[in-house]
Ligand binder design. Sequence first.
Ligand code: MG
Length: 334
Amino acid sequence: MEKTVTLAHGAGGKQTNELIDQVFKAHFANPELTSDDAAVLPVEAGKIAFTTDGFIVSPQEFPGGNIGKLSICGTVNDLSCMGAKPKYLSCAFVIEEGYSMEKLEKIAAAMEETAAKAGVKIVAGDTKVAGRGQVDGVFITTTGIGVIQEGAQTSGFLAKPGDAIIVSGDVGRHGCTILLAREDFGIEAEVTSDCAPLWECVEAMFDVTKDIHVIRDATRGGVGTVLYEIAEQSQVGIRLMQDQIPVQDAVKGVCGMLGLEPLYLACEGRLVIFAPKEKAEGIVEALRKLEPSKDAAIIGEVTEEMPGRVVVTTPIGAQTLLPPPGGELLPRIC
Ligand code: MG
């Protein structure tokens, strides 16, 4: 019989310890992860970045990852965007009674692998079991701490006219993958989530220059939403060159069939970067040496005109306004 998570696993007794030892500690073991009430961590000089995110993606497993990998990438990437080297994470699980132990184990294994890749340690955790139907499978919340690198200062308020806009790879793959995995549309296409931890990409950019104004990971609302957010925060205009925006053919195909704009499909391994024009080529060159950002490209520039707007230049030279983000984004994408 398949082993599943029971309410007893969440009751705080012997079974809880078994679950924690066999599934979580088996994968997350490190000297800072103890059975005490809180992790004890050294304090470094300077500034830390601190962030948290909940993950409820459906389905929990998809081509290119699962909710466990996603829960590490999401928090690691938010820290990275602030120029902070990710150091420590906590993770809290809410598991539905009856959830497969084997699936949970796979999720923990993906978290272990991704955390190792990102150079972070999981130092605190919590496990709760909810009754059948009270959650859908498993929900994970991760919280992370990172150390802001000396000389780094990035914020959505710092975009300036004359900045080049870079994306670290092709857009829209995670959203497209989830859409197809739900099988609501009866479309078959080979698309894999771009889900990846991106600190190495930020580090590679910092090796070129610390003069980077904005770094933001394009998650739920995609690159389009990020661009509108930054145009608003910095009160600048944004001009994109449509033929420079990298989109996989399969994603283009799906978007064409469903009438979707790839710029509004979620990514889970893509950075949007604003940096002075003269630094942009060097940044792209450094990014292209790394697997998660091998298709990095300059897609546009920041302008003084039309503050708060994103204008797209089409291949034939026409100017169109990118429609501002709508309300009906795909739910439970991350
Ligand atoms: Mg973010």
